[in-house]
Design a protein around this ligand. Structure first.
Ligand SMILES: C[S@@+](CC[C@H](N)C(=O)[O-])C[C@H]1O[C@@H](n2cnc3c(N)ncnc32)[C@H](O)[C@@H]1O
Length: 200
């Protein structure tokens, strides 16, 4: 199973602000593009993927939305508006939730009020964690086990102190080259690399 976590530091947890943030400072299109490239292949979806979107621009708690395409009955369209609609629906479902709570949204989609740090601590228990970073080990030199989990951000970088706590959890930095890419482009290259290994 491949897991992707997008830490979207600028993404609003209010659904209307999320939808209004496309092409604006929040750049909420990043969430749709990342989800799109993580989930879809031509005329189908990937069965072996879980995607977490962590939206952090909030009045109360971060929202962590989990997508498991294989369990979804209706993945919706392969377009930005449809995918943002799925995210907005999860945000609306999460209204009024207390801290560290979980709610089902639809088959294959859940929303939680857990922070990025808490999520990653949980994932560290049974995943091999990788932070995407241009200065990391080249991805071709990295050996992968069964459950790799790739941590990415939107246009706002990971705070330095997060890198230290991720290191303590055993996360390794891996690189896709020296060019600064979009998170969604990283996802395509990671899939390509893992597709060569087969089985993961
Ligand atoms: C647009 S970048 C983030 C840009 C942000 N301003 C920064 O300085 O980190 C989005 C995500 O892609 C990752 N990324 C971009 N290019 C990469 C590369 N060549 N190798 C590994 N990760 C990369 C970044 O680490 C980040 O998680």
């Amino acid at each position: 199973m491949r897991t992707f976590v997008l830490r979207a530091r600028a993404a609003p947890t209010d659904s209307q602000k999320l939808l209004a943030g496309v092409g604006k400072e929040a750049h909420t299109e990043i969430l749709a593009h990342t989800l799109m490239n993580a989930i879809f292949v031509a005329q189908s979806h990937r069965a072996d993927v879980v995607v977490y979107l962590v939206l952090e621009s909030t009045q109360d708690f971060s929202r962590t939305i989990r997508f498991e395409p294989n369990a979804m009955h209706d993945i919706g369209g392969f377009n930005e508006a449809a995918l943002l609609g799925k995210i907005a629906n999860a945000l609306d479902t999460s209204k009024g939730m207390g801290k560290d709570a979980t709610r089902p949204v639809e088959s294959g989609v859940t929303v939680r009020t857990v922070s990025f740090e808490r999520l990653v601590q949980e994932l560290a228990e049974d995943h091999q964690l990788f932070v995407m970073d241009r200065k990391g080990t080249p991805i071709r030199e990295q050996a992968f086990e069964d459950n790799p989990c790739f941590l990415l951000t939107d246009h706002i970088p990971m705070p330095k102190k997060t890198f230290h706590s991720l290191e303590r959890l055993g996360a390794k930095k891996i690189s896709l080259g020296s060019k600064m890419l979009f998170a969604s482009q990283c996802v395509v290259l990671i899939h390509h690399e893992l597709d060569q290994h087969g089985g993961i």
